[in-house]
Write a protein that binds this ligand. Structure first.
Ligand SMILES: C[S@@+](CC[C@H](N)C(=O)[O-])C[C@H]1O[C@@H](n2cnc3c(N)ncnc32)[C@H](O)[C@@H]1O
Length: 294
């Protein structure tokens, strides 16, 4: 069936609406943000690195840097998400509302730029990465982070099923994630790329928790109400038929992975030719000359 409704268009604004419940449903286990912080600091050569968290959200990860007194700035497009971050008890976080496609910082202002779990609804990933590289110092690190769930696990199966249901309902694939495209592009630009598993933990999952969490997701909740209701009703029916109950629990190994890119070349400020397709098509960006083999 040809998808008739896109989840991508209204996604950015939807983070404002999702902000109040984001942490409740997507909290990381207590030691994980500190483990991510330790892995980030280990990846950066500078002793007191200047850190930019691009798409910082509610500070789910960023609060570990703030609590430790790091030289940290969080930036996000969504004021709602930043408001949640600002009221955390970890200390005053330096935060700015800005679009990652136009960062309000000087060239080479940071030793590390983190993009943690931001690619799900990111429109102009090329421009965002161009800006991330511009504000990164010559020996800095660009760090992509994400949670990994097991391929055959409960969450993964529910996600796949929901994608099928949404396809049947005429909704464009909500699993469209620009991370792989971004990672591939970065791999062609970077002089060094390292993968680090910052933390692993056992998570208890149920279909009910997935459904409740998904209902509050930024992109999903931007869909028309009747589509949301019908999709989750079908998913609940399928879950009961497949797992026996919405509350049948599964223990899964989850992990948090960082992909760390370092660059030996300088940013030139030139424009790239138009890209082939997608939201980024035709957008100019800075390009940085890679210097492989260092
Ligand atoms: C899934 S949340 C992740 C937040 C945080 N990094 C974490 O892991 O908890 C994605 C965040 O990226 C932000 N975002 C999306 N596109 C953005 C852009 N172009 N510029 C800045 N922030 C953006 C959203 O507003 C949202 O807060």
């Amino acid at each position: 069936m040809t998808p008739a409704i896109s989840l991508e268009g209204r996604a950015a604004a939807a983070y404002d609406a999702a902000a109040a419940t984001f942490d409740r449903h997507r909290a990381l286990p207590e030691p994980v943000p500190a483990a991510i912080r330790a892995a980030v600091l280990a990846a950066v050569a500078a002793p007191s690195p200047r850190l930019l968290d691009l798409g910082a959200g509610t500070g789910r990860v960023g609060h570990a840097f703030v609590a430790a007194g790091d030289d940290y700035v969080g930036v996000d497009l969504s004021l709602g998400m930043l408001r949640e971050f600002a009221v955390r008890p970890d200390g005053r976080a330096p935060l700015a509302q800005a679009d990652g496609e136009r960062l309000p910082f000087a060239d080479a202002a940071f030793d590390a730029v983190m993009l943690i779990q931001v690619f799900g609804g990111l429109r102009g990933w090329r421009r965002v990465l161009g800006e991330a590289r511009r504000v990164l110092g010559p020996s800095g690190a660009l760090i992509l982070g994400r949670a990994i769930v097991p391929a055959g696990g409960l969450d993964a199966r529910l996600r796949e099923r929901l994608a099928l249901i949404l396809d049947e309902l005429g909704v464009a694939p909500h699993t469209k994630n620009t991370r792989e495209d971004a990672q591939q592009w970065l791999a062609t630009q970077a002089s060094r790329s390292t993968r680090v598993v910052a933390a692993t933990w056992t998570a208890e999952r149920t279909a009910r928790a997935f459904i409740v969490r998904h209902r509050t997701g930024a992109r999903f909740s931007a869909l028309p109400q009747e589509i949301q209701g019908e999709a989750l009703r079908q998913l609940a029916d399928w879950s009961v038929a497949t797992f026996g109950s919405l509350d049948a629990g599964a223990h899964e190994q989850h992990s948090f992975e960082l992909q760390i890119f370092q660059f030996a070349g300088a940013c030139s400020g030139e424009s790239l030719p138009p890209t082939r397709s997608g939201a980024d098509a035709g957008s100019p960006m800075r390009t940085c000359t890679p210097n492989k083999g260092k």
